[in-house]
Design a protein around this ligand. Structure first.
Ligand SMILES: Cc1cc2nc3c(=O)[nH]c(=O)nc-3n(C[C@H](O)[C@H](O)[C@H](O)COP(=O)(O)OP(=O)(O)OC[C@H]3O[C@@H](n4cnc5c(N)ncnc54)[C@H](O)[C@@H]3O)c2cc1C
Length: 467
């Protein structure tokens, strides 16, 4: 009873891929998922379903993918883990297709080549039911069951069982009852700690209540705690993957998780109530979301732009803020002068005029060196703010998942502080660290990381089981 070859903690893409692959290899597998209903919430189900590596099609030549990872992480990544992503992601996509998962190209850019089908509607707000990632999870779960595996709902993993440093199983609460599961391998795939306010406050930001949970809000860091208790090394806890959202997403479910405001912010400026810039817009939306969240007042950010930015980058995202935001009831401020805009948007008019004047001067001369804070221009082109009506969009940071966590090796084995694999313990997906984060707050793709390392974990467990 309750004896398996492999136990998986969490039924997101990392866990379901690991379990299905292991079942295909003939292992007896159970997935413990704390969600209680068949369409249980998780970030995977709510995601956009775009499988990319460093914003590059995973089937492009390795050099292109490596360049995408390097550009986004500025070289801050574990090379062995990055190499696995480069080499394996295309193959895992092929495997997913064999399982019945369908993909379409959702746009002309490289990173949109593998979007789970059907894609979400291109409108603001929450839209996951019947969309690609939801269908993918249901398809894999059906396959898992056909292969003899089990997805146990309402099962919350609590602690690992160890004997002489080796993982032997775990204890879980199933329908309120403490239950023991035995297996020689456990894969932790619980999706990170983004929804654990205490951990977030401890590691990332002083005021997490002022940051929007941009996802299923299921990641409580249980897996990281369990792994740490087993002696695992923990890494890169200080960054998250997220985006800039309209500030009203704190109270209005129609304006999140899309549209993101990143594309507008990287072309324009982000100011505080004093009308002063306080982040490097050129570092990109994920970086800005982290910087805003780390500040004392994460709800102080306002995007300031002009009509060409609103009509250009404002319309160019896959789910464009213009016109999706206003259609969903999001407030956009407009003014025929910067002073008027400042008045309606609650910004200091003198501060805003001075900030825009300095910024426009830098745009005209191409010399951004004198701006405070500095503004980089190598990734995103800044546009001057010249043409009325001027536009202000109140913004906030949205946290999707935490980038750091359990340290793993290329086979998804959990490593100890001494760098040795802990026998029987694996981790995959947003529960792990080592690929993303760092000074540039690099993002390489949440679905690719989760699917690839879930797959790797299963392969390694299966290999060991045969020996
Ligand atoms: C709105 C949105 C859009 C996104 N778009 C994209 C995109 O287009 N491309 C991309 O690459 N990434 C995207 N992402 C990120 C991506 O969804 C995640 O990185 C990825 O799904 C993580 O998968 P996971 O399996 O690690 O975690 P999750 O999908 O979060 O699954 C973890 C599961 O573990 C369960 N769990 C937690 N604790 C326990 C416990 N103690 N016991 C049992 N079960 C537990 C949870 O209930 C959950 O079901 C998006 C995310 C969101 C929210």
């Amino acid at each position: 009873m309750n004896t398996y070859d492999m136990i998986v903690v969490g039924g997101g893409i990392a866990g379901i891929v690991a379990a299905t692959r292991a079942a295909e290899k003939g292992l007896r597998v159970v997935v413990l998922e704390k969600g209680e209903v068949p369409d249980y919430k998780c970030n995977t189900r709510w995601s956009g379903g775009i499988v990319h590596v460093g914003y590059v099609d995973p089937k492009e030549p390795a050099a292109n993918i490596q360049a995408g990872i390097a550009l986004n992480t500025r070289g801050y990544t574990d090379p062995a883990l990055a190499q696995v992503l480069v080499e394996q992601c295309g193959k895992v996509i092929d495997w997913l297709r064999v399982q019945g998962v369908r993909f379409i190209r959702s746009g002309s850019q490289s990173y949109l080549a593998w979007t789970m089908a059907p894609p979400r509607a291109l409108v603001a707000g929450i839209d996951w039911k019947g969309r690609g990632p939801d269908v993918m999870l249901r398809t894999l779960t059906d396959r898992l069951r056909k292969l003899g595996g089990t997805l146990l709902l309402g099962a919350k993993a609590e602690r690992l069982i160890l004997e002489n440093g080796r993982v032997m199983g775990l204890e879980a609460t199933v329908a309120g009852v403490a239950t023991r599961f035995t297996a020689s391998a456990v894969v932790i795939a619980d999706g990170g700690f983004q929804s654990n306010i205490h951990l977030i406050r401890q590691h990332i930001m002083p005021n997490p209540e002022a940051v929007k949970q941009r996802g299923g809000a299921t990641g409580m860091g249980d897996g990281m705690r369990m792994a740490r208790e087993a002696g695992a090394a923990i890494t890169d806890l200080d960054c998250f993957y997220g985006h800039l959202l309209h500030r009203e997403s704190m109270v209005n479910d129609k304006v999140w998780p899309y549209p993101e405001l990143d594309g507008i912010a990287t072309a324009a400026i982000v100011v505080n109530h004093a009308g002063q810039r306080f982040v490097n817009e050129g570092a990109g939306g994920v970086n800005m979301a982290n910087m805003i969240a780390r500040g004392a007042d994460p709800l102080c950010a306002t995007l300031v732009l002009d009509t060409p930015i609103w009509e250009g980058p404002g319309r160019s995202a896959r789910i464009p803020a213009n016109p999706a935001l206003e259609r969903a009831g999001g407030t956009i401020f407009r003014g025929s002068t910067l002073r008027e805009l400042a008045g309606v948007a609650g910004l200091d008019p003198d501060g805003l005029e001075a900030t825009v004047a300095a910024y426009n001067k830098a745009c005209a001369s191409g010399d951004f060196g004198g701006l405070t804070p500095p503004r980089t221009t190598d990734r995103f082109k800044p546009m001057p703010i010249l043409k009325a009506p001027f536009v202000a969009i109140p913004a906030c940071a949205g946290i999707t998942y935490t980038m750091g966590g359990i340290r793993i090796d290329a086979d998804a084995r959990v490593l100890s502080e001494a760098g040795e694999a802990i026998p029987g313990l694996y981790a995959a997906g947003a529960a792990t660290g080592g690929i993303e984060g760092g000074p540039a707050i690099g993002y390489t793709g949440g679905l690719s990381k989760a699917a690839v390392f879930g797959f790797r974990a299963a392969e390694h467990v299966a290999k060991g089981a045969k020996q």
